[in-house]
Design a protein around this ligand. Structure first.
Ligand SMILES: Nc1ncnc2c1ncn2[C@@H]1O[C@H](COP(=O)(O)OP(=O)(O)O)[C@@H](O)[C@H]1O
Ligand SMILES: [Mg+2]
Length: 279
């Protein structure tokens, strides 16, 4: 496991400004996706005459959110923004910059596009008896052709941060396709609409650290987050605008429980632990 903490490249201020204030041009729908999810560009004038700055992003209008039985309608965009703020509070850069703003299909969330390295698979299937070095085994399964395969993911610090983050936000949908493997080693997580439920909904492919002792650095980061959730009024009130008070309280409870247990959770048994499809 790399000793050095890998953080994403610092966000350029102009990118953040253009994402927040630029005109949103929609280029097409991303498929397969469960909601109306668009590839878009935020466009704003640049410094020079006639220049323009284009920032690629995902745009998910609230009006395009698919109704779900267990989450209130029209709340997924705010959950995505809250997930970004949580990732920033942890300092791990798990989630690309995510904002709430208006767009051509109405208000929604926009998120910076982060192009993954197509050659890398942070989450993968491999022959059951041949888990590659540097990967952790999650489960054995049978593929469509009847071959025994294993679901595996890499044993890396950025992915472990994502697994801890998912426990805290109570992510109900960490599929393989929601992990973006960047060529510099960073790993981004996307699609955090179904997070922050008050009931345990953790559904993830990142079970490779189940029952393991928390990494001391991760434990320290979660401890700091827990005290900020208790004492930092600015953070609390921002989260309370995005989530219900009960959801913010449950988030604090999950932070405290994880630190108290000192170990990563195991599947509860009362809820499907792996998203379907897994990728
Ligand atoms: N910020 C992003 N950067 C790069 N690719 C992304 C980003 N967000 C989403 N994607 C890609 O688009 C797909 C669909 O987006 P997702 O957020 O999962 O939408 P939905 O909520 O409709 O399932 C993802 O599986 C991922 O491949
Ligand atoms: Mg998705």
């Amino acid at each position: 496991m790399p000793a050095r903490q890998r953080l994403p490249p610092a966000l350029s201020e102009p990118d953040a400004r253009v994402l927040a204030e630029g005109d949103l041009e929609v280029h097409g729908r991303i498929l397969p996706a469960s909601n109306a999810t668009y590839l878009a560009e935020a466009v704003a004038p640049g410094d020079g005459d006639g220049d323009e700055v284009r920032v690629r992003c995902v745009y998910k209008p609230i009006a395009g959110e698919r109704p779900l039985w267990d989450f209130p309608d029209g709340t997924l965009a705010a959950r995505e923004r809250a997930a970004y703020l949580l990732s920033e509070a942890l300092g791990w850069g798990v989630v690309p910059l995510t904002l709430l703003r208006d767009g051509p299909a109405g208000p929604g969330m926009v998120q910076l596009w982060r192009e993954p390295d197509a050659e890398l698979d942070a989450v993968d299937l491999c022959p059951a008896e041949a888990v590659p070095p540097g990967y952790l085994h999650v489960l054995d399964a049978m593929d469509d052709d009847g071959r025994h395969v294993a679901l595996v993911h890499e044993d890396s610090e950025p992915l472990r941060h994502m697994a801890v983050f998912d426990v805290l936000v109570n992510n109900a949908d960490r599929k393989g396709g929601h992990v973006l493997a960047m060529s510099d080693g960073h790993r981004y997580g996307v699609d955090h609409g179904v997070c922050f439920h008050v009931d345990n909904k953790l559904r993830t492919v990142l079970w490779g650290w189940a029952r393991e002792r928390l990494d001391p650095g991760d434990r320290a980061a979660v401890t700091v987050l827990a005290s900020r959730l208790a004492d930092d009024e600015a953070l609390r009130s921002t989260l309370c605008e995005l989530l219900t008070g009960a959801e913010v309280a449950a988030l604090g409870g999950r932070c405290d429980a994880l630190v108290g247990r000192g170990r990563m959770p195991v599947p509860s048994g009362s809820w499907p632990a792996i998203p379907w499809p897994a990728f």
